[in-house]
Design a protein around this ligand. Structure first.
Ligand SMILES: NC(=O)c1ccc[n+]([C@@H]2O[C@H](COP(=O)([O-])OP(=O)(O)OC[C@H]3O[C@@H](n4cnc5c(N)ncnc54)[C@H](O)[C@@H]3O)[C@@H](O)[C@H]2O)c1
Length: 386
C-alpha cells in the first residue's frame, strides 16, 4: 500500500470522519461513504472547521487541499477502486457482516477490508466474507486525528503479511500501531476495565466517595483524570456498554462484571457531562464535592485499583493478547496512563503486587481478585517484565 492507494471509509460518524481526515492528511485520496446524507453533511462541515483551525495555527498548509482529497459519497459503489476500506458504522455484528459482504462484491480481490469495531469479533466479521484472509481490525481511538494509538487486530483467518503492512501504513499516517489478538476488548478496552470497575466497587462498599477516589487516582496515582470524572466524560452509554460487552464476551468472567451503580445512571439517562448529570452533577451552580484528602486512605485506594490494572496487563501478556512492549505502548498512548502497567509492576515488585492481590482475594473470596498465574510465577522468580 502506498500514498497512491485510495482509502474508503464507511460511516461518517465520530470515528469514520476522524479516520478519513487522518488518511487525507497523510496524502491519500479518500472516499467517505455514509448511508445518511445528513451524517455526511455534518462530517464535511465539522472537518472543514477543524482543518481551518489547523491552518490558522500553521499546522497544515491548506484546509481546502486536504478536503479536496475527500469525496463524500452517499453511494457505496463509488468505492470500487479502493485499496483499503475501513468500516466505522454502528456497532452491530449483523449490520457489519451485511455491509462487508456487500462491499466485498464491489471491490477487487486485492482490496483489504478493515473494521474499526471496539468490541465485536473480527473473526466473525471476516467469516461473512468471500475472502476472509483480507479482513482485519484497525481500531482507532477517539478522537482519531489526535489519539496516536491504533490496535492492529488480525482475525484468525487474516493473511499474516497484512499485519506488518497495516502497521507500516499506520506509521505513515503518523500513528503508533500495536498488534492485538482478536479477543474481547483487544488490549486497551480489556486492560483498562478495573480502572472503572474497581473504583465503582470501592465507592459501593462505602470505603470512599467519588471525589476522594478521583483525588486518589489523580494526585497519588498520577492519572490525568479520576475514574468518575473520566466515565462522566466518556458517557455512561458508551462506557457501560463496553463493560457489559466485554463481560458477556468473556463468558461472564466475574473479573469484568458490570456494576448496578453505573447501570442505574444509564437507566436514569444520567449519561455524564453531555446530559448535565452522571456520577457528578454538572448543573449550573451545583457544588463540586470536596475529597477527603487522607493520604493513607488515598494510597490504599490508588494501590488497589492500580494492582488490579497490573494484574489485567500481566494476564493479557500471559495469554498472548499482545507483546510486553505493545501492552505498555497501548496503555500509555491509548488511554494516557502515567506509565506502562508492566513497568509499574517491576517498580513495585511482583512480590508486592501478588501480596496485594492475594490479600484482596483472602478478604473477599471472589474470583475477581485472582492473581494471574504469570504474576505468581514472576513473584516466585523475582523477575522483571521490561
Ligand atoms: N466512538 C468511539 O469512542 C469509538 C472508538 C473506537 C471505535 N469505535 C467504533 O467505531 C464504530 C463507529 O463508531 P462511531 O462512534 O463513529 O459511531 P457513530 O454513530 O458516530 O457513526 C456511525 C455512522 O455510521 C453510519 N452508518 C450506519 N450504518 C451504515 C451503513 N449500513 N452504511 C453506511 N453507513 C452507515 C451512520 O449513519 C453514522 O453516521 C463502531 O464500531 C464503534 O464501536 C468507536
Amino acid at each position: 500500500m502506498t500514498q497512491n492507494t485510495t482509502i474508503g471509509v464507511i460511516g461518517s460518524g465520530a470515528m469514520g470522519a476522524g479516520i478519513a481526515q487522518v488518511a487525507a492528511m497523510a496524502g491519500h485520496k479518500v472516499i467517505l461513504h455514509d448511508n445518511n446524507v445528513h451524517a455526511l453533511d455534518k462530517a464535511r462541515k465539522n472537518m472543514l472547521a477543524t482543518l481551518q483551525k489547523l491552518q490558522a495555527k500553521g499546522k497544515i498548509a491548506s484546509a481546502d487541499e486536504i478536503l479536496d482529497n475527500i469525496q463524500f459519497a452517499e453511494k457505496q459503489q463509488i468505492m470500487c477502486d479502493c485499496g483499503l476500506i475501513i468500516e466505522a458504522i454502528v456497532e452491530n455484528l449483523d449490520v457489519k457482516k451485511a455491509v462487508f459482504a456487500r462491499v466485498e462484491n464491489m471491490v477487487s480481490d486485492t482490496c483489504i477490508l478493515a473494521t474499526n469495531t471496539s468490541s465485536l469479533s473480527v473473526t466473525s466479521i471476516a467469516a461473512a466474507c468471500r475472502i476472509p484472509s483480507r479482513v482485519m481490525g484497525l481500531h482507532f481511538f477517539n478522537p482519531a486525528p489526535l489519539m496516536a494509538l491504533v490496535e492492529v487486530v488480525p482475525a484468525i483467518q487474516t493473511k499474516p503479511e497484512l499485519v506488518p503492512m497495516a502497521a507500516e501504513l499506520m506509521k505513515a499516517w503518523g500513528k503508533t500501531p500495536v498488534v492485538a489478538k482478536d479477543t474481547p476488548g483487544f488490549i486497551v478496552n480489556r486492560v483498562a476495565r478495573p480502572f472503572y470497575g474497581e473504583a465503582i466497587r470501592i465507592m459501593e462498599e462505602g470505603i470512599a466517595d467519588l471525589a476522594t477516589i478521583d483525588w486518589a487516582m489523580t494526585e497519588i496515582g498520577g492519572f490525568r483524570m479520576g475514574p468518575f470524572t473520566l466515565t462522566d466524560y466518556i458517557g455512561h452509554d458508551v462506557n457501560y456498554v463496553v463493560t457489559e460487552t466485554v463481560f458477556q464476551s468473556f463468558f461472564y468472567d466475574p473479573r469484568y462484571r458490570p456494576s448496578f451503580s453505573q447501570k442505574r445512571l444509564l437507566e436514569a439517562g444520567w449519561l455524564g457531562r453531555k446530559a448535565g448529570r452522571g456520577f457528578y452533577d454538572y448543573a449550573e451552580g451545583a457544588e463540586s464535592p470536596t475529597p477527603d484528602r487522607d493520604e493513607e486512605k488515598g494510597r490504599k485506594i490508588a494501590e488497589r485499583i492500580i494492582v488490579m490494572l497490573i494484574n489485567e496487563a500481566v494476564d493479557a501478556l500471559h495469554l498472548g493478547v499482545a507483546s510486553a512492549a505493545d501492552l505498555e505502548t497501548a496503555m500509555t498512548k491509548g488511554v494516557n496512563y502515567p506509565k506502562g502497567l508492566l513497568a509499574w509492576c517491576d517498580e513495585w515488585g511482583s512480590g508486592k503486587c501478588l501480596s496485594l492481590l492475594d490479600a484482596l482475594y483472602n478478604e473477599y473470596h471472589e474470583d475477581r481478585y485472582r492473581a494471574s498465574a504469570l504474576l505468581r510465577k514472576q513473584a516466585m522468580g523475582n523477575k522483571k517484565f521490561v
